[in-house]
Design a protein around this ligand. Structure first.
Ligand code: ADP
Length: 527
């Protein structure tokens, strides 16, 4: 006899509640099965789903010890289900004969069974079995009721599948966002950070956890921005309607500035309400630097090349005037200037060529044992004859060990440091060039008593085309390449270069070179 309709309703309601509230499939299956067994006055129930190979796998069992489960195999393998007009059906006869096998194997007095297919949109998912130990067969009405339970179980499967698919999609999206080389941030409609990826967290210095919930414009704050921040605009009541692109700098203390291009894409719902803002942050520092470099390059070249060329042209034109008879001194003086300016041009062109070679990675060094004292002496002698205002003192011990270096390149480094020491000591004074050795390396220094370099400028001195902005600098000639080259050359030798300086007191530039024969950092044991 069937349960009272009110009680049936109560059972179904309970299952619907579990279905809606629980994502634990096992739990949902168990409740459905238990209710189905009780409502149909059965004793045992099985819920089995189709596994990969087509066999059924028990996902919930009721009323029987787990040790007996393997003996239900006849009811789980090669089940004769078929598709009919009304949906999936199972041969009742076949199931009954399999029931006898199971009854024998288990020793349970299983007399009646009903098998209801679980289906979603024409897909056969599995079976719901209810067993009776009594002879009373299942009525059509009971089977019909059981179908409702099977449908509920199928809905649970579908929910779980959707949930898994959603979870998978979500994880995939999260992985894409997290591993993107671009910075990505998702803001809610109030412009608060919901998601921020690792790249952007690194760029801004905001840890992911801390950034969440903060205003987007606080996490990604741009200096020198080309456009206003759409979030700030929204706060002012200006609606955010379409994609916005802005460029600017992320500035952090004691970190290099990052120039970024940021795209803000608003996402609206069907009603046109703003849902999210997707923020895409592209590091364009190199691109911007290359652009700046190009324009600096052009202005430096035009300024630095034009001056000597104009002088050469001017003197040459003056000297060859046919209407004037020049005396020997004037001719000599004019030719000397032409020669000096031609030298300056050659020096600048060499520096430019070296700079581009370094950039292209094509700088080749010819290493040999070099006696530094001798190189220093040669360079100093060359400079000393050019200046009367400066006294250049050499302070190198006689037993300084030879270094492993490219003689010409080291001469170039010393050349650049000494010419700077003279250029930037307009009052003259002592310039000291010295060296000392420790176990692995020799340290060389060039110290002047000149104008010095403000501390905040010191980190940038070795950058290409960098010149400290002083009135003296504006008067002195230079392309801002000397120290860039000196650094590249010293580093190509495996050494370091740095400066100690105080404005008004002078500067000392130091660099190191490896001692010949000493083990070097980039030496590899030969195979
Ligand atoms: P430049 O061609 O301008 O001399 P460098 O790369 O050699 O280029 O030097 C970069 C800048 O560093 C210079 O413009 C100058 O402002 C500063 N500088 C270099 N050497 C000295 C020094 N000995 N004393 C003061 N300032 C210096």
């Amino acid at each position: 006899m069937l349960m009272h309709p009110v009680q049936q309703f109560h059972f179904l309601l309970e299952i619907a509640r579990v279905l809606a509230s629980s994502l634990d499939l096992k739990d949902v299956f168990q409740r459905i099965l238990q209710s189905a067994v009780e409502i149909l006055h059965g004793q045992i129930g099985l819920l089995a789903l189709r596994a990969r190979r087509g066999h059924l796998q028990v996902v919930a069992a009721y009323g029987l010890p787990p040790t007996l489960l393997p003996r239900f195999r006849p009811l789980l393998e090669d089940i004769p289900y078929s598709r009919t007009e009304e949906g999936w059906s199972i041969s009742r006869q076949d199931i009954l004969s399999r029931l006898h096998l199971v009854a024998e194997a288990t020793g349970l007095s299983l007399r009646q069974v009903v098998a209801i297919p679980l289906t979603i949109e024409d897909e056969f998912l599995g079976l719901l079995y209810i067993f009776r130990t009594s002879e009373r067969p299942f009525t059509v009405e009971e089977e019909y009721l059981l179908r409702t339970f099977a449908d509920l179980a199928a809905i649970a499967v579908r929910n779980a599948r959707l949930y898994t698919a959603l979870q998978l999609e979500r994880n995939r999206l999260r992985a894409i966002i997290d591993n993107s080389a671009d910075g990505i941030m998702i803001l809610d409609a109030e412009c608060r950070v919901e998601v921020i990826n690792r790249t952007l967290s690194r760029m801004t210095g905001w840890p992911v956890e801390k950034a969440r919930g903060k205003p987007g414009h606080a996490v990604l704050h741009l200096e020198n921005a080309s456009e206003p921040d759409p979030c700030v605009q929204m706060e002012k009541g200006i609606p955010f309607k379409e994609q916005i692109y802005r460029e600017g700098d992320i500035v952090r203390p004691s970190k290099p500035r990052i120039t970024v291009g940021v795209t803000y894409t608003p996402v609206f719902d069907e009603a046109g309400e703003l849902q999210y803002i997707i923020v895409n942050v592209n590091d364009i520092t190199r691109f911007r630097e290359a652009e700046e470099m190009k324009s600096t390059f052009i202005s430096v070249i035009s300024h630095e090349l034009k001056t000597p060329v104009a002088l050469i042209k001017g003197y040459a034109a003056t000297l060859r005037r046919e209407d004037v008879q020049w005396d020997m001194d004037t001719i000599r003086e004019g030719l000397q200037i032409i020669e000096e300016e031609a030298d300056r041009l050659t020096h600048l062109i060499d520096n430019l060529l070296d700079a581009s070679r370094i950039q292209a990675g094509g700088l080749k060094l010819e290493f040999e044992e070099v006696d530094l004292k001798e190189v220093i002496k040669r360079v100093v002698d060359g400079f000393q004859v050019q200046t009367a205002a400066h006294q250049i003192v050499i302070d190198v011990p006689d037993d300084l060990p030879p270094v492993w270096a490219d003689r010409e390149r080291i001469r170039q480094v010393l050349d650049n440091l000494l010419s700077n020491a003279i250029k930037y000591s307009p009052e003259g004074g002592v310039i000291r060039v010295g060296a000392w050795a420790n176990t692995h390396e020799v340290t060389v220094y060039v110290a002047d008593q000149g104008i010095g370099i403000p501390e905040e400028e010191q980190p940038y001195l070795f950058e290409r085309f960098y010149r400290v902005d002083t009135s003296l600098r504006r008067k002195t000639k230079g392309a801002g390449l000397g120290l860039f080259l000196a650094k590249a050359l010293v580093e190509a030798h495996g050494g370091r270069i740095w400066v100690h300086s105080k404005p008004g007191e002078g500067s000392t530039f130091f660099f190191t070179l490896p001692i010949a024969g000493a083990p070097r950092e980039n030496d590899r044991p030969s195979p």
